[in-house]
Design a protein around this ligand. Sequence first.
Ligand code: SF4
Length: 195
Amino acid sequence: MDPMSATGNQPSPANSRARIATVWLGGCSGCHMSFLDLDEWLFELARIADVVYSPVADIKEYPENVDAVLVEGAVANTDNLELIRKVRARTKVVISFGDCAITGNVTALRNPLGSPESLLRRAYIEEADVQPGIPEERPIVPELLPRVLPVHHVVKVDAFLHGCPPSPERIRTALEQLLKPNQPAAPEKDQTREL
Ligand code: SF4
């Protein structure tokens, strides 16, 4: 990736490796499974980029100065909200990765069913077979937001990668496009792209 983006971030040295990340919000992890299905190509990726944050790596804090991030899942709870704001502030190119991130998709199926309180009561008390009780342990169990939101309803998104999940071939094509030398890493202001 040409580390110079159209977002106003300072360029990294020309010979530096790209810093990429993947993030898991409210999703089923299927998009990450598809990413892992890139199999041997992940070794190619490792030759040109460092994965600096991902649920498949044991890194606790989202780092500064990330070139591009794949964001799986919708924004469903307070933890998701805090993380995606941090991700946006620290990343040049934010990619909505899969249909839950782009539209809410499966994660947003709860939206027409009422408030989080009524949903939790129904799932954990009215329909409980044993030990009815709503799980509450702040801050270990994050609070549900009133509605599940697509990522671009919360922060600016630079590109969309559709699919449930996107196929490994599409993920590879998108990453190759982003990591190709001399490609702009982000679209012009207020534009998003389809990958
Ligand atoms: S888009 Fe599909 S595969 Fe990806 S997190 Fe949502 S339900 Fe799972």
